[in-house]
Design a protein around this ligand. Structure first.
Ligand SMILES: [Zn+2]
Length: 392
């Protein structure tokens, strides 16, 4: 299981003066291309799910594939939810399997950004999940022309960054020093002096969003000045778009698969280029050895009820219980089952799948869980057995 704690992965990059890539995943072609590149280069990698890219149920449908790709990998992987704007979106991401969440409330005034980020940090940390905050404003949306989203760039100030990190307890901080999301008009001018000051004033690794269009030298200087994670989507999307356009001109009447042929390969090539440039190649083994593995957990209750309680009654209690417990932060899934052997030691099983070992504590202490157990379950149960398990 090569999922590792995102904060450990970024911390390793920060201590060893390289940057880990967080590559935007919005479909299976990108997912495969990114994973192949990380495997080819023996590099740690962050699979980045960018909130504004997902409508309807796409995120929930894609996440099982992302989790499965991470679990099948031989290189360390973390799964990050990018640009969540409130605690509900962060909770949903953790429920779906992300072990890092980025909070983007940077368009708010400083104090509102600080309070909202702090609330999300408290919830996410209780579940063991890494949090990235953002201070200053990087305009635009990944993958689109920055001029379509002309919000004013607001630079991060070193003094504010120090207070923000200390008071929110974020694990890493996205800074605004001259990049924009998506494609930039003209060449970006980065404020390296500002970055050096932010690094000096803060104790956490720093992150850059909007790296598309930067020169190799600019990337090297960013890393030399404390950038330990770089978010990249637009360059991958541009490579994929070029590939599709070439497919169309080669065969204007080609079918859907023909249009997408080669997309995975060009994404892989671009990711490999970045991984190499950012100093990430060949780091997989040391990251796996030095970073905590990420394991999901399970809270299982086996129980019996007296014969006076009907199957219908117990089903309805468990159904209602599932509804209220499902909303507890860190709960990923709840299943109920019944023993196949009618005279087995325990007749019923309630199994709660959680984001991590620490999420078990959040679950146990939550008022909804205590209400369910104390008012609905225990008064009806004759005997029970509870088990807390960690994935191995
Ligand atoms: Zn971003």
């Amino acid at each position: 299981m090569p999922l590792v704690h995102l904060s450990d992965m970024i911390g390793h990059a920060s201590r060893h003066n390289y940057a880990v890539g967080a590559f935007g995943v919005n479909n299976l072609h990108f997912l495969e291309g990114i994973m192949q590149a990380a495997e080819n280069r023996r590099a740690p990698v962050v699979l980045n799910l960018i909130a504004p890219h997902f409508e309807n149920q796409t995120f929930d449908i894609l996440m099982p594939a992302v989790t499965s790709a991470a679990q099948c990998a031989t290189v360390p992987v973390a799964i990050n939810f990018d640009h969540g704007t409130d605690i509900a979106s962060a909770e949903r991401a953790i429920r779906a399997g992300c072990n890092g969440v980025m909070v983007d409330t940077s368009a708010l005034p400083f104090s509102d950004n600080l309070w909202q980020t702090r609330d999300i940090v408290a919830m996410a940390h209780a579940c063991g999940v890494t949090v990235e905050g953002e201070l200053g404003y990087v305009p635009g949306i990944e993958g689109e022309n920055a001029r379509n989203h002309p919000g004013e760039l607001a630079y991060t100030s070193a003094a504010e960054a120090a207070g923000f990190v200390e008071r929110t307890q974020v694990d890493c901080l996205a800074v605004s020093i001259g990049t924009v999301h998506g494609r930039m008009k003209g060449s970006p001018k980065l404020d390296f002096a500002r970055l050096a000051k932010i690094r000096e004033a803060t104790s956490v690794p720093l992150v850059i969003h909007g790296g598309t269009g930067l020169t190799d030298d600019q990337f090297r200087r960013l890393i030399a000045n404390g950038i330990a994670k770089i978010n990249d989507y637009t360059a991958l999307s541009d490579a994929a778009n070029r590939c599709i356009r070439e497919n169309v001109s080669a065969d204007p009447k080609g079918g859907h698969s023909g249009l997408l042929a080669g997309v995975r390969d060009v994404v892989r090539n671009e990711v490999e280029r970045c991984i190499h440039l950012w100093g990430c190649s060949g780091r997989a083994a040391e990251v796996l050895a030095q970073c905590r593995p990420w394991h999901g957990a399970e809270h299982v209750v086996l129980f019996n009820v007296p014969a006076t309680i009907s199957e219908n009654e117990i089903s309805s209690i468990l159904r209602e219980g599932k509804k209220s417990l499902q909303a507890i932060p860190g709960v990923r899934n709840i299943s109920t089952s019944r023993s196949i052997q009618p005279d087995g030691e325990y007749r019923y099983c309630l199994s709660i799948s959680l984001a991590s070992k620490s999420a078990i504590e959040v679950f146990q202490d939550h008022p909804a869980q205590q209400r369910f157990e104390n008012s609905d379950l225990w008064p009806r149960v004759t005997e029970h057995l509870t088990l807390d398990l960690e994935e191995s």
